[in-house]
Design a protein around this ligand. Structure first.
Ligand SMILES: Cc1cc2nc3c(=O)[nH]c(=O)nc-3n(C[C@H](O)[C@H](O)[C@H](O)COP(=O)(O)O)c2cc1C
Length: 309
């Protein structure tokens, strides 16, 4: 599964930003390709992702699903399709993953749980997950609040399996830093929005290289959960950032969060250009190899795979 990775990196699942072309380009370039399977109905996109990501790619895809999907009748059709495609990796979020773990293990797949607190991490481990993704402070989308400096080593004390680190990472030093803290794989979301392959509107793609870290604001006003947003897009939509409440509130008429209000993490300050996935990955892999010239990360991932059996 991990043998042909170009570097220890995953592209985050990011709703419609993780288009089929983005996920495929990542897997072909040797980066684990995230996509969001919870938002699509079976009749449209879901099958298209599975068809495009099947077959031979350098890196595996990882599909994000809400944990409750395994307990809902409506989720069964999606799980049956994933089973038919033998989906290798599922990223579970929001809730108890026990049933999902049972189901995915049934076809030989592995489940990684996305967590933002130590308590969530402990519960996920008890539920039998195969890996943890720590969404830390500064992440794009729904953010965590704990700095990776404290979170990664704290989770390492209770978990020696696969650990993915997300939030604020957009370059090779960030990947090396995630590994130095005890992570096995770094995850980038915002960095991959600034590629021609991502599924965002042009305004969103173009805004990322143009804004700095100070333009990122955290707000729960859009859908009730704290997420990071580019201030410029909120202001362009007529929102007064200074007076946003800390709970869900009505958006101006016609304004849709995610589509018209652009989400990004604090790593925007590290992104200078829109770059095709293949060139971006090749550049970061070369920079990472300078920082971490040995193959310890590969040996570690090989050992995790061998433990999985
Ligand atoms: C526009 C956008 C949409 C996102 N949508 C999802 C999603 O649907 N599911 C999910 O688990 N995470 C989602 N995320 C969060 C990412 O999975 C990841 O935690 C985050 O991008 C990492 O931080 P970074 O953006 O600083 O790299 C989204 C992030 C962004 C920027």
């Amino acid at each position: 599964m991990f043998e042909r990775l170009a570097l220890p990196l995953m592209c985050a699942p990011m709703s419609f930003a993780s288009s089929v072309p983005l996920a495929v380009a990542c897997c072909d370039a040797g980066v684990i390709g995230g996509w969001q399977g919870g938002i699509f109905t079976l009749s449209d996109e879901f099958g298209r992702y599975l068809d495009a990501l099947g077959g031979s790619h350098r890196a595996p895809p990882i599909v994000n699903l809400p944990a409750r999907i395994a307990t809902e009748a409506a989720g069964e059709a999606k799980l049956a399709l994933l089973e038919r495609h033998r989906a290798p990796l599922v990223l579970s979020s929001l809730g108890d993953p026990s049933r999902l773990v049972e189901r995915v293990h049934g076809w030989g797949g592995r489940v990684v749980q996305d967590v933002t607190t130590l308590r969530h991490a402990e519960k996920a481990v008890e539920a039998g997950v195969d890996g943890l993704m720590l969404t830390c402070a500064g992440a794009g989308g729904h953010t965590g609040f704990i700095t990776p400096m404290a979170f990664v080593p704290a989770v390492r004390r209770i978990w020696d399996g696969l650990l993915i680190v997300a939030g604020g990472i957009a370059d090779a030093p960030g990947i090396a830093g995630a590994l130095a803290l005890g992570g096995d794989i770094a995850c980038m979301g915002t960095r991959f929005i600034a590629t021609p392959e991502s599924g965002v509107v042009e305004g969103h793609r173009a805004m990322i290289p143009g804004v700095g870290i100070d333009r990122i604001v955290t707000s729960a006003a859009m859908n009730g959960m704290a997420a990071n947003w580019i201030r410029d897009s909120l202001e362009a939509a007529g929102l007064d950032v200074a007076t946003l409440p800390d709970h869900r509130t009505e958006m101006p008429e016609g304004v849709k969060p995610w589509r018209d209000l652009f989400s990004a993490g604090q790593s925007v300050g590290l992104i200078d250009q829109v770059e095709p996935v293949a060139a971006l990955v090749a550049r970061m892999a070369a920079e990472f190899a300078e920082l971490c010239p040995d193959s310890r990360w590969r040996q570690r991932l090989a050992a995790i795979e061998s433990d999985w059996g």
